[in-house]
Design a protein around this ligand. Structure first.
Ligand code: NI
Length: 176
């Protein structure tokens, strides 16, 4: 496994529309392993393949906190893989979450999205899933699926807020 470099805004590659996965082969399994290692290393709770420069419709998510619990026991990992995900239904009620993104490091903003979604996807064994999702998983999947369309969470903000946030990002990058 390998930690891959994460593309950061305003890298134009993040605007790519990713292509469906055609085959679940060894290359894809390796990519998924590398994506998990990259996400856990960052650390983050979700990563789309395009964020490591691969324009394929593959996402990894793990909502477990990366830190160990109070007793010092290591956090249990709950890795989820979404291949060719689709959103079939969205609820009318919305939920707001203070979102961040590994491609927009250290910047956060509240984004409103449907609170509940029905989604389908394939896992890394090729099994098809169709489930109703809610809470942070629903939010996270929608955020990651945006990446497959070349959309970043900042695109959901007003132009003023987005410009402010991207300016802060470039300032932080210059200072580093
Ligand atoms: Ni993101």
């Amino acid at each position: 496994m390998a930690i891959l470099p994460i593309l950061e805004a305003p890298d134009p590659r993040l605007r790519t529309i990713s292509s469906p996965v055609e085959a679940i082969d060894d290359d894809l399994q390796r990519l998924i392993d590398d994506m998990f290692e990259t996400m856990y290393g960052a650390p983050g709770i979700g990563l789309a393949a395009i964020q490591v420069g691969v324009p394929k419709r593959v996402l990894v998510i793990d909502l477990q906190e990366p830190e160990s619990d109070e007793e010092g026991a290591p956090a249990v990992k709950k890795p989820l893989v979404f291949i060719n995900p689709e959103i079939l239904e969205t609820s009318e009620d919305l939920s707001v979450y203070n979102e961040g993104c590994l491609s927009v490091p250290d910047q956060y903003a509240e984004v409103e999205r449907p609170a509940t979604i029905r989604a389908s996807w394939m896992d890394r064994e090729g099994r098809i899933h169709e489930e109703q999702l809610e809470g942070l998983l629903a939010t996270c999947l929608q955020h990651e699926m945006d990446h497959l369309q070349g959309v970043l969470f900042v695109d959901h903000l007003s132009r003023l807020k987005r410009d402010m946030l991207l300016k802060k990002l470039s300032k932080a990058r210059k200072a580093a």
